[in-house]
Write a protein that binds this ligand. Structure first.
Ligand code: PEP
Length: 249
């Protein structure tokens, strides 16, 4: 059975005091929901968020990690470092990591394997750019992003994978894929996984939509049968907005 998930990607926002205030406010306002709720503060504030959310239903996850176990990788963070502070889930492949930090499908494939080797859960992000959609290449691009990073995995790995389809043209732009566009792509993703693996894996993987999800559009997007929740950027930084989005699921 796939889970419903609403996750907040806080990116490079919120200092320590602001992080603590936001997680405390979220915990206080968290509605009764069947959905898994996740937040991802920046690395330096993860331990504090974990500590403030002890015993909470809200899970703290990381925005990235390096593929190596340890060593001379200045500025990087390993899986063990995350696990050591109580983080067992990591976002990989966000379009900003791909665009600004040169993360290719091949690099992401190594990160995926490194996280799985440590029994971590992965929220794998992917999605086409505006040009791809305009030239009608969006299905091809998405298929190749999935194939290059995920399709040589052992089928058992899929119980540790959450997918987040995020069309790049809809991230932080205020432009959202219509609920129909999201459903069309999510159904395609499920079919592609069924072809590469099997129906059971395709039916059980949670596929989140990300890209300018707000309180006003969340419910309609989440109502689509192949949309299992959302990865939320800007609106996750305001407790009342994030809570309203959770209420939309
Ligand atoms: C994101 O960066 O993952 C995202 C979906 O951002 P926003 O909601 O701000 O478009």
């Amino acid at each position: 059975m796939r889970s419903k998930i609403v996750a907040g990607n806080w990116k490079m926002n919120k200092n320590l005091a602001e992080t603590e205030a936001l997680v405390i406010e979220l915990e206080a306002k968290l509605p009764n929901t069947d959905a898994e709720v996740m937040v991802s503060p920046t690395f330096v504030n993860l331990a504090s968020a974990v500590s403030k959310l002890q015993g909470s239903k809200i899970k703290v996850i990381a925005q990235n990690m390096h593929n190596a176990e340890s060593g001379a990788y200045t500025g990087e963070i390993s899986a063990d470092m995350l696990l050591n502070i109580g983080i067992d889930t990591v976002i990989l492949g966000h379009s900003e990591r791909r665009a600004y930090f040169g993360e290719t499908d091949e690099i992401l494939a190594t990160k995926v394997k490194a996280a799985l080797a440590k029994n971590m859960q992965i929220m794998f992000c992917f999605g086409e750019e505006l040009n791809d959609r305009k030239s009608d290449n969006h299905f091809k691009v998405v298929e190749s992003q999935l194939r290059n990073a995920l399709f040589d995995l052992d089928p058992s790995a899929w119980s540790s994978i959450i997918l987040a389809y995020e069309p790049v043209w809809a991230i932080g732009t205020g432009e959202t894929a219509s609920p129909e566009q999201a459903q069309e792509m999510h159904a395609f993703i499920r079919k592609t996984i069924a072809n590469a693996f099997n129906n059971e894996i395709a039916e059980n993987v949670s596929i989140l939509y990300g890209g300018s999800v707000k309180p006003g559009n969340a419910k309609e997007i989440f109502s689509k049968p192949d949309v299992d929740g959302g990865l939320i950027g800007g609106a996750a930084l305001v407790a009342d907005d994030f809570v309203a989005i959770i209420n939309g699921i």
